[in-house]
Design a binder for this molecule. Structure first.
Ligand code: NAD
Ligand code: ZN
Length: 376
């Protein structure tokens, strides 16, 4: 089958690899209909992880079941499913608590598995014609048959639940104000989730014009950090009080405003802009030291955090990968009821053959390249 294969930093190509097979009785194989490119793929693409050459990328997958293991009870051939990026067993202590991003069975060393992702287990990715899904009864979310809402459902494997998770970590409540750092696909989904939860005002900070326009399209307030300090802009707009909550959808990879040498750590910006006793949710990635990563990149998880200021303000913080299964059923039903349309972030749907070019342009954060969905 054809698949997107990683070679070296800034180089992926579409080539022939072996078809996946049922390896365990609880597996299914799906024929992939959509697999999106994620900001998380770029950590590998830019060579900051120890990902192996030959890895097939793709953790935002959906498709149709074409083969079923003997131990699968619920799914059958022909079912249309969304596949959470987390590979989870369903029976370990963390899965039983709903913390499927921290499954202890699939990846005990790291806690948590994902498809096509460096340190997160041996699971091949879905930017390919077919994908093996372990513990399939537990992991697959059933979708209505047909091809309605394809681009909306394609957001259910990761970024819509991840954005929603960010608002849960920050405990966003109706009527509250929110600062979202980053208008990438994840930040936009966090802002959208805050709107769905009834936030009164949602500020979205970025410097890419087309992404800020998307934020405005859902009723958020765009804050361009290349114009002026975002803390000053938002503090001014909230009459000096700051916002109730804040969301980090950027992570360690923050870029500086033009003219500034050092980017501010986004987390510190949130400590400054969120009011005393407010809450902060972090879904932007802070990579731990990776023994397989090239030396010059190995310490990037260590960033300065203003713990003193954070303590003084009595704020709370929540972090981590999203437990997709905790949210995807409800978000699917919002899509079906036409109460949510997360595909507003999708800027391109492209054949798998265009993956190499699509990676390059999404990685350059090209204007108008907010979210790419590949169609194997
Ligand atoms: P992205 O790289 O496309 O988006 C990041 C955005 O942040 C860009 O638009 C960029 O211009 C903006 N940005 C950069 N520096 C900034 C600054 N100083 N202030 C404000 N904005 C700034 O990626 P994405 O797909 O939106 O993902 C965002 C992060 O979320 C990544 O780190 C990704 O790995 C992570 N992620 C986490 C989970 C999870 O489960 N926790 C899931 C998916 C993605
Ligand atoms: Zn993703």
């Amino acid at each position: 089958m054809k698949a997107v294969v990683y070679h070296e930093p800034y180089e992926v190509s579409v080539e022939d690899v072996d078809d996946p097979n049922i390896e365990d009785p609880t597996d299914v194989i799906i024929k992939v209909s959509s697999s999106a490119i994620c900001g998380s793929d770029l950590h590998m693409y830019e060579g900051r992880t120890g990902v192996d050459t030959g890895t097939v990328f793709g953790h935002e997958n959906m498709g149709t079941v074409v083969d079923v293991g003997s131990g699968v009870a619920r799914l059958k051939k022909g079912d249309r499913v969304s596949v959470p990026f987390n590979v989870a067993c369903g029976f370990c202590r963390n899965c039983l608590a709903g913390k499927t991003a921290f499954c202890l069975t699939v990846n005990p060393g790291f806690a948590g598995g994902a498809y096509g992702y460096a340190a997160m287990g041996p699971y091949s990715g879905g930017q390919a014609e077919f994908l093996r899904v372990p513990f399939a009864d537990f992991n697959c979310l059933q979708l209505p048959a047909g091809d309605d809402f394809e681009d909306d459902f394609a957001m259910l494997a990761d970024i819509f639940p991840t954005g929603y998770h960010a608002t849960t970590l920050a405990q966003v409540a109706p009527g509250e104000t929110v600062t979202v750092m980053g208008a990438g696909p994840v930040g936009l989904m966090a802002a959208y989730s805050a709107v769905i939860k009834g936030a009164s005002r949602v500020f979205v900070v970025d410097k890419i014009k087309s992404r800020l326009q998307l934020a405005e399209s859902i009723g958020a307030i765009a804050v361009d950090f290349s114009n002026d300090d975002p803390v000053e802009q938002i503090t001014h707009a909230t009459d000096g009080s700051g916002t109730d909550t804040g969301i980090d959808a950027v992570g360690y990879q923050a870029t500086a405003a033009s003219g500034e040498e050092q980017p501010a750590t986004v987390l510190n910006t949130l400590v400054d802009v969120v009011r005393p006793t407010g809450r902060i949710g972090v879904v932007g990635l802070y990579l731990p030291e990776d023994p397989g990563a090239p030396d010059e990149h190995s310490a990037h998880g260590e960033l300065l955090f203003k713990i003193g200021r954070f303590f003084e303000k009595g704020q709370k913080i929540g972090t981590g990968q999203a437990d997709v299964k905790a949210y995807n059923r409800q978000l699917r039903d919002l899509i079906v009821a036409e109460r949510a349309k997360p595909s507003f972030v999708v800027s391109q749907t492209l054949p798998l053959a265009d993956a190499s070019d699509a990676y390059r342009r999404f990685d350059n954060r090209e204007d108008g390249y907010s979210k790419v969905v590949l169609k194997p």
